[in-house]
Design a protein around this ligand. Structure first.
Ligand code: NAD
Length: 395
């Protein structure tokens, strides 16, 4: 075993990469050695900051002998080609959520990684958040009895953040299902052990100017009898962060007076202006977020026989039979350190993470099932579910 930092190449220097910059900068277990980006300014900014090589194509990045593992942070529709390229080159892979848009592509990616003998990790997603990990371990320990029900909800401004046009077209992976539900599904599956059985859902696409799903509610059942309710709205009115002590999704303290900012910034913009506005949030031009708490994905309550567990950005509030208590999930030293734990564990110690390619494929199946159930008005049975690789079957 070597303790050298994992030498990482990055594909895509956009918003997702920006959100990982504080992690990469603060965690000595990983070193950025190369990047692939179509825009020269991004490549130059990367080389200035990290001193590695900026490549024009993913193929050149994957052929770079300095690169041990590739972080794929390109738009959803490119994940399949980029994962296949990295697997072909024998590199371990961290790919942004969602794994893919279609189940067929997801299958090809999982097979390619398996055939190449490389680890495929799907993330970061909020199932990596330390309070989620802590709650999952508490539930698994059985200390509070059987898990019976989960309630997860999140009200955000997602639909009104600056978008590329395809991010507003469902068939191309746009809308809240592929980008946001996937987080909530990952969190709920992680808490309930992964093996979802059925979905009954409704979706809403209520703004004709942004004609993709902006909201949904889904009921989900799990092997063993637990059931969950997942509700999400990205319509930028109510903000459920007020129920998370005014801590935002990224662990930042929310500024007073910021209400309405997302919709205001988009007023009177045409699609080209909006796509340009999006690039001002990417590497080389955007600013990073200063987190003071763990990340979260809205209020989540897990009801067990002997206690309700409420996830907060700082840990778990335990509402027991006769007493309330708090179990801390420490923040730091780096944000998203659990993503680097997974990467280092996979690359250095050959340990599969909780969120493998198979796991990401199972969460993607739930996104499609929500869309299918909403369209048909019928429950949908799930066929491709799996446990986290770290969990033993309980039956
Ligand atoms: N986990 C999170 O918190 C989080 C947050 C935002 C986005 N994401 C995910 O990250 C992915 C990217 O989303 P985004 O919002 O960062 O988009 P973005 O448009 O900001 O960034 C994508 C980047 O990929 C680059 N790119 C395009 N084609 C490329 C190619 N062939 N090779 C290399 N780079 C290429 C673009 O120039 C752009 O900089 C999506 O799958 C999204 O779901 C995750």
């Amino acid at each position: 075993m070597t303790s050298d930092p994992v030498r990482l190449g990055v594909a895509g220097l956009g918003r997702a990469f920006m959100l990982m910059v504080p992690t990469f900068d603060a965690d000595p277990r990983v070193k950025l050695v190369a990047a692939a980006a179509p825009r020269q300014e991004s490549r130059d900014a990367f080389e200035r900051e990290y001193g590695g090589t900026g490549h024009e194509t993913i193929e050149a990045l994957c052929a770079d002998p300095a690169v041990e593992a590739v972080y794929i942070a390109t738009p959803h529709q490119m994940h399949v080609d980029h994962v296949l390229a990295a697997a072909k080159a024998g590199k371990h892979i961290l790919v942004e959520k969602p794994l893919a848009i279609s189940m067929e592509d997801a299958d090809r990616m999982v097979s390619a990684a398996r055939d190449a003998g490389v680890h495929l990790i799907v993330g970061p997603s909020h199932s990596f958040d330390p309070p989620v990990d802590l709650a999952a371990r508490l539930i698994e320990s059985g200390e509070f009895g059987q898990l019976r029900m989960i309630q997860a909800l999140n009200y955000t401004d997602f639909l009104y953040r600056p978008r590329r046009p395809e991010e507003l077209r469902t068939e191309e992976g746009g809308g809240v299902l592929f980008s946001q539900a996937i987080h909530q599904i990952d969190v709920v599956r992680r808490l309930a052990g992964g093996m979802a059985e059925n979905i009954f859902a409704m979706t809403g696409a209520w703004d004709p100017k942004r004609p993709t799903e902006g909201a949904f509610t889904a009921l989900m059942t799990f092997q063993g009898g637990c059931f969950a309710n997942l509700t999400y709205s990205g319509y930028a009115h109510f903000d459920s962060d007020i129920w998370m002590n005014d801590v935002g999704e990224l662990g930042q303290v929310k500024k007073a007076g910021s209400y309405g900012g997302a919709r205001r910034a988009l007023m009177d913009l045409n699609p080209d202006d909006e796509a340009r506005l999006k690039t001002t949030r990417t590497f080389g031009s955007g600013t990073t977020v200063d987190a003071a708490h763990n990340e979260h994905f809205g209020p989540v309550i897990a009801l067990c026989d002997r206690a309700d567990l409420k996830l907060t950005p700082d840990g778990i509030e335990v509402f027991g039979d006769t007493e309330r208590s708090f179990i801390e999930a420490p923040f730091g030293p780096a944000p998203r350190r659990t993503v680097i734990d997974a990467l280092v564990g996979a690359v250095r110690n050959d340990e599969p993470p909780a969120q493998t390619g198979e796991w990401g494929l199972a969460s993607l199946e739930v996104c499609h099932a929500i869309l299918q159930s909403a369209a048909s008005g019928q429950p949908v049975a799930l066929q491709r579910q799996c446990r986290t690789s770290q969990q033993e079957p309980t039956e």
